[in-house]
Design a protein around this ligand. Structure first.
Ligand code: HEM
Length: 502
């Protein structure tokens, strides 16, 4: 480092004479206002905290690359998904419920948000480690977060609100089962899969669309912690997962995932036995096999946590030609929510922050706004259409039109006869080995222990509806009456809620 670079300056480059002693009137007298460097130092410090993400507040990030090894060009024209393409990226892992200072090894789902800096603009895939979700209508999202975050009276997390909300929405059953299983506390981010979860669209050079789900399968193998192991680790090192990722990358042990897609044609989707756009449903691998796309690797740590990890901003709304949205009403809600949160959290020009900035050319008509730190497009016209011919729209990238049918209405998926909220959870139970079943039952019993009995019955009934063995074992572990569970299991959802309300 040159001598000049080691010298302290103020915020506009002037030399600072002293950074440790306030200017006072006399050796024991008061501080004077003309100590402007002191004022600046305190004022900046007071403004150094930005709002945390409303959920997924605690997280860790790393840079990487996607290398395409397969050939899915018949499904998508996205350049980043063409054979042999290599695309740089940034990924942030997170827990959901905990605030910015929460411990890493909590029982929770893990968020995995990736920004691919493609030559056609940024593509963000904002997913989680399970392939499904608790809810499926965007209306329920803020409520989910209220239920899993802090109780308004006590300021503490509340198992009661958590389980009350979950069990009132039977569509959360599959996800409840996953979170209570051994996968609810991964041993590290490196040792878990992650998924785009929603159904997305892919369309090819001929503008033919298929539906698609993204799967990232860990090449490190799955490893999880028990409640006891996690409790010990949280007491010793609250940043355990962040350290694990950072250390692995520093020592050159780059974590890798294989990226696969599942593909469903538009025709198959019309005939599918359940709603293929419902995020609480999965597509079975037997019916929609995994198709290899490439290898995803993380290989570089950020230089500055705040600049790169805290200020990173992802949104499912960022797609590139060849990748599109599906009619999933949950995804549709997310398309608005992220940018809106980031305009509040980071400011309207958040896409200018280096970690968020596209590496491809950006030409848009957005102007001005707080912290506009580039040239603001200088003298280029700020309106369109204009006679200078900048910047013209690119109709050749338009997505194929999507036909829809039906009335505009507040549809309740429970009225759809094909809606089965327990099929996937039951299938999961049946493929678990005996030791995993025992862990799932024990974790559930521990987690639900502080909750009132009416809610325990609701969960036990859902387990029963998924698989009688699951129902019986949960009933026993929760100390409930199995005859009562069997009786309640005959009721429809509305009657079950009525029978289990306090
Ligand atoms: C309608 C449902 C949802 C809404 C409204 C919603 C909204 C949000 C918002 C506002 C943030 C904070 C963004 C920020 O401050 O930068 C966030 C973070 C996040 N969400 Fe969602 N979310 C929804 C569902 C989901 C689902 C289904 C997934 C996974 C498939 C998901 C994954 C994530 C992840 C990984 C983050 C953290 C991103 C990061 O690391 O910066 N969310 N969500």
């Amino acid at each position: 480092m040159s001598e000049d670079k080691r010298k302290l300056t103020n915020e506009v480059g002037a030399p600072v004479a002293d950074n440790e002693h306030s200017i006072t009137a006399g050796a024991r007298g008061p501080v004077v206002m003309q100590d402007v460097w002191l004022m600046e130092k305190m004022a900046h410090f007071n403004r150094e905290v930005i709002p945390e993400r409303r959920m997924h507040a605690k997280g860790w990030g790393a840079y990487g690359k996607l290398t395409v090894t397969g050939d899915i060009s018949k499904y998508t024209k996205a350049k980043a998904l063409q054979p042999n393409a290599v695309t740089e990226s940034f990924t942030r892992f997170s827990t959901v419920a905990g605030e910015r200072g929460a411990a890493d090894c909590e029982r929770d789902i893990r968020g995995v948000a990736t920004k691919f800096y493609t030559e056609e603009g940024n593509w963000d895939l904002v997913g989680n480690n399970p392939p499904t979700f608790f809810i499926r209508d965007v209306h329920d999202f803020s409520d989910l977060n209220r239920a899993v975050k802090r109780d308004p009276r006590t300021g503490r997390r509340s198992a009661q609100s958590n389980w009350d909300f979950w069990t009132l929405l039977p569509e959360s059953f599959h996800q409840r089962t996953i979170v209570m299983s051994d996968r609810g506390i991964p041993a590290s981010f490196r040792h878990m899969h992650f998924f785009g979860e929603h159904t997305f669209a892919l369309y090819n050079a001929a503008n033919k669309r298929v539906w698609c789900k993204f799967h990232f399968i860990t090449q490190q193998g799955i490893k999880n912690f028990t409640n006891e192991e996690a409790g010990r680790i949280n007491a010793e090192d609250r940043e355990f997962h962040g350290k694990d990722l950072f250390d692995a990358i520093e020592r050159g042990d780059f974590p890798k995932w294989k990226l696969y897609v599942q593909i469903m044609t538009e025709e198959q989707a019309k005939k599918h036995y359940e709603n293929p756009f419902d995020i609480t449903k999965i597509w079975r691998h037997k019916e929609f096999p995994l198709i290899e796309v490439g290898v995803y690797e993380l290989n570089r740590n950020p230089e500055n946590y705040y600049a790169e990890v805290e200020q990173s901003a992802f949104t499912p709304a960022h797609v590139v030609p060849g990748i599109g949205f599906s009619p999933d009403k949950f995804l549709q809600g997310r398309l608005f929510a992220y940018g809106d949160a980031q305009r509040y959290r980071l400011g309207v020009n958040y896409n200018h922050i280096p970690v968020n900035k596209a590496k491809s050319e950006v030409n848009e008509y957005h102007r001005d706004g707080a912290m506009r730190t580039d040239g603001n497009y200088g003298r280029a016209p700020a309106y369109t259409p204009n006679s200078e011919g900048v910047w013209s729209a690119q109709p050749e990238v338009a997505e194929p039109p999507l036909s829809i049918e039906g009335a505009v209405w507040r549809f309740d998926p429970k009225d759809d006869p094909s809606d089965d909220n327990f099929r996937a959870g039951g299938n999961l139970w049946r493929i678990l080995a005996e030791d995993k079943k025992a862990i799932l039952v024990a974790n559930t019993a521990a987690d639900i222990a502080p909750v009132t009995e009416n809610i325990k019955y609701r969960h036990a009934v859902h387990c029963q509806l998924a698989d009688p063995e699951y129902g019986e074992r949960i009933t026993k572990a929760l100390g409930l009456d199995y005859i009562k569970v069997l009786k309640l299991a005959k009721l429809n959802n509305t009657a079950l809620i009525a029978a289990t309300i306090l």
